[in-house]
Design a protein around this ligand. Structure first.
Ligand code: COA
Length: 168
């Protein structure tokens, strides 16, 4: 899938530096997790994970998305992590669109799910714009003393197909 100047392609171990830099962008620590090189290498080797990067024409990585719980005809596949190198340039939409295409059209999952902190307005806006909806909320202990509210957002295969018919 391509849009503008970047293409969504499967990630390789050569992309791990760029993926780690993306996770570690200033300000992202409040909204997205970070893995070590070893954790990413293990994830890429794990058949229940899928990684995709947005690769620009000049080869630079504009963002990535990681799926977990991948299996054919899975009940639910988790969008574990998504982050872009530069916000509001359409890469998040491109990456999530591809992730949902893989989840529903290629893997035939019954639903997609993800966790997002309740204060992450840009993440929630992106997911809502695809038709994902809040299913539940839970409190998690943050690094400080304050608890963090994490929303689970989901989308069923039926909702995905309806939205594809409405916006082919
Ligand atoms: C969340 C994130 C992936 C969105 O990616 P992005 O490339 O900035 O978003 P896009 O430019 O593709 O925007 C897609 C849509 O999301 C919504 N959106 C994104 N950022 C928004 C913001 N700051 N305010 C309101 N809506 C926003 C809009 O609906 C937008 O569509 P529009 O441009 O047609 O209005 C990106 O901001 C990011 O990497 N954030 C830091 C890491 C993170 O929080 N990851 C998610 C963890 S759950």
């Amino acid at each position: 899938m391509s849009l503008g100047t970047s293409m969504i392609v499967p990630a390789t171990p050569a992309d791990i530096d760029a993926i780690m830099a993306c996770e570690r962008r200033p300000g992202y620590e409040a909204t997205v997790g970070r893995w070590s090189r070893e954790e990413h290498l293990a994830g890429m080797a794990d058949p229940t994970h899928r990684y995709f990067v947005a690769r620009r024409a000049d080869g630079a990585i504009a963002g990535f998305v990681m799926l977990q719980d991948v299996a054919i005809e899975a009940d639910s596949i988790l969008v574990r992590r998504i982050a872009v190198a530069e916000q509001r340039r359409g890469h998040g939409r491109q990456l999530l669109g591809h992730a949902l295409h893989v989840i529903f059209d290629e893997l035939g999952a019954r639903s997609a799910r993800l966790g997002v902190r309740a204060y992450n307005a840009s993440g929630i806006a992106l997911y809502s714009s695809f038709g994902m909806r809040e299913e539940s909320r839970r409190e998690e202990q943050g690094h400080g003393s304050a608890a963090i509210t994490v929303m689970t957002m989901t989308m069923s295969a039926e909702t995905y197909r309806q939205s594809r018919r409405a916006n082919p």
